[in-house]
Design a protein around this ligand. Structure first.
Ligand code: PRP
Ligand code: GUN
Length: 173
């Protein structure tokens, strides 16, 4: 079965905003390098696009956490599916996520990664749904605040579909 998807943020809007955030991060980290942590799977498209826009030295690592499975509602239990390959001690670490919704995933992840001794730990997200928050998360860089709707595209899925859409869309369920 195929769902209807309407455009919330066009490809042009998304890419323009990522360029802006990339410039801001490049200024903030001037003279340093940044260790990006891409949170799989959803964060992969945003991470690639953002990394290309950074004008500072970048290293990359990947982590996979899951709380939604194939559902549109969080299970409430965050699971590390794949851990990082490298230690974080002494690094300026920037977590790159596709979306912060309830905040459960990121409050858990920030806590886990903080204990690994990075020099600094910040968070960058493509999308934020602040009105859905049940856990407090300090977000350093937000591309877009969005309303409480289930979105897909630019890495975000519905039952593993639509990650490859080049824009952010809303699934009409
Ligand atoms: O703020 P929360 O309510 O915790 O939701 C945010 C999380 O949900 C999505 O991950 P998902 O579990 O769907 O995994 P995926 O990226 O592999 O699709 C997204 O990538 C975030 O990690
Ligand atoms: N695809 C998708 N995953 C999410 N995880 C948390 N919120 C969302 C959302 O709106 N869409």
């Amino acid at each position: 079965m195929s769902e209807k998807v309407h455009v919330l943020l066009s490809e042009e809007e998304v890419e323009k905003r990522i360029r802006e955030i990339g410039e801001q991060i490049s200024r903030d980290y001037e003279g340093r390098s940044v260790h990006l942590i891409c949170v799989l799977k959803g964060g992969v498209f945003f991470t690639c696009e953002l990394a290309k826009r950074l004008k500072i030295p970048v290293s990359l690592d990947f982590m996979s956490v899951s709380s939604y499975g194939d559902d549109t509602k969080s299970s409430g239990v965050v699971r590390i599916v794949k851990d990082l390959d490298e230690p974080l001690e002494g690094k300026d670490v920037l977590i790159v996520e596709d979306i912060i919704d309830s905040g459960r995933t990121l409050s858990y992840l920030m806590e886990v990664l903080r204990q690994r001794g990075p020099k600094s730990l910040k968070l960058c997200t493509l999308l934020d749904k602040p009105e859905r928050r049940v856990r407090d998360v300090q977000v350093d860089y937000v591309c877009f605040n969005i309303p409480d709707e289930f979105v897909v595209g630019y890495g975000l899925d519905y039952a593993q579909k639509y990650r490859n859409l080049p824009y952010i869309g809303v699934v009409e369920l």
